[in-house]
Design a protein around this ligand. Structure first.
Ligand code: OGA
Ligand code: NI
Length: 327
């Protein structure tokens, strides 16, 4: 699958016509995080500002080789090309299944998105459930998962440091934390139709790192309340914060609403890696960020509570899980 970061004339048109200019996309050079302290504190500041102002940014020089990224996209693409019966073996409505395949469509006919969701950390626990076909899937997805998780933990430390909580804040919980991989396949946009592949939502964990074969992701820009097209330069990874970042920071960092639109030029593969605490570990507002002027704004909860909420008949259409946590 090709990954062309230049926008096609249609994309250009779409972004010029419907999207007023948004603030520049922050691009963070992660190589600078590990060199001398002065360079590190500048990067930490840049990350903190991006999280506070926008909730999203891109990272380059993250240490994941292009071949590891390309092979993961290729393995995902091969999986979605398998015969339907093979993929259906993973189909389930039970969101607690370790691996789950499914499709969603706008009008109930043509799928707008096909997905495979599975846990990826600790790998030794989950790998046995992953697809065995294509034969490269486990190895190539395993490699990228571990690498992306390394980047996520590095970013989390920088964000916590930037918020004044210190880079080792709840270190053990993050180390033990879960990683959920959502692998998505979107068809090429049908002619004359601007189709939504994935409806607007926010992600539940602290951080999501997204790798995609071409553009299609859009984030809601808060200042203008308009959708912003996210370009996917070949080696960059897109990062946005999720609901738990909003909870932990007591609302100082806000979750990012985003959606996926179909690419007019080609079918698209994306891999969203979601990072959170362990399944039953509770996430609560950092006490350090609470005082009389700034009381606790969110109830504590675990990832398991979130899954229960999704499965329950609670009026989930009316209220997101994050909204249900607001005090
Ligand atoms: C997701 C997601 C965006 C995309 O899987 O949660 O937001 O571009 N994906 O596929
Ligand atoms: Ni998402």
């Amino acid at each position: 699958m090709s990954c062309d970061s230049r926008s096609t004339p249609q994309e250009q048109l779409r972004s010029d016509k419907l999207h007023p200019p948004a603030p520049p996309m922050p691009v963070i050079n992660l190589g600078h995080l590990t060199i001398e302290p002065e360079a590190r504190s500048r990067v930490v500041e840049d990350i903190a500002r991006a999280c506070h102002d926008l909730g999203y940014f891109q990272v380059i020089n993250h240490g994941i080789s292009q071949s590891v990224m390309d092979r993961a996209v290729e393995a995902a693409s091969e999986f979605f090309k398998l015969p339907s019966e093979t993929k259906q073996e993973f189909a389930s409505d039970d969101i607690r299944r370790p691996v789950r395949y499914g499709t969603s469509s706008k009008d109930g006919t043509r799928p707008a998105r096909t997905f495979l969701k599975h846990y990826a950390h600790p790998l030794s626990e989950w790998l046995q459930y992953w697809p065995e076909k294509p034969p490269t899937y486990r190895e190539d997805m395993g490699k990228i998962s571990a690498e992306v998780r390394r980047v996520a933990l590095q970013l989390m430390e920088a964000i916590l440091e930037g918020r004044g909580l210190g880079k080792d804040y709840q270190h053990e919980e993050f180390q033990r934390g879960l990683q959920l991989l959502q692998v998505n396949c979107y068809p090429k946009e049908p002619e004359g139709d601007s189709a939504i592949g994935l409806a607007p939502h926010s992600d539940h964990g602290f951080l999501t790192i997204l790798l995609a074969s071409c553009s299609g992701l859009e984030v809601l820009d808060r200042s203008s309340n308009t959708w912003r097209v996210v370009q996917q330069p070949r080696h960059a990874l897109h990062v946005h914060v999720g609901d738990y970042m909003e909870v932990l920071s007591n609302g100082r960092i806000r979750t990012v609403v985003h959606r996926a639109v179909l690419n007019p030029g080609e079918a698209r593969i994306s891999m969203a890696s979601i990072h959170s605490f362990g399944m039953h570990e509770t996430v609560s507002v950092a006490k350090e960020l609470v005082d009389e002027q700034d009381p606790e704004r969110y109830k504590e909860s675990s990832f398991s509570d979130f899954l229960d909420y999704l499965m329950s008949n609670a009026d989930k259409k009316r209220m997101s899980f994050l909204e249900s946590l607001r005090i």
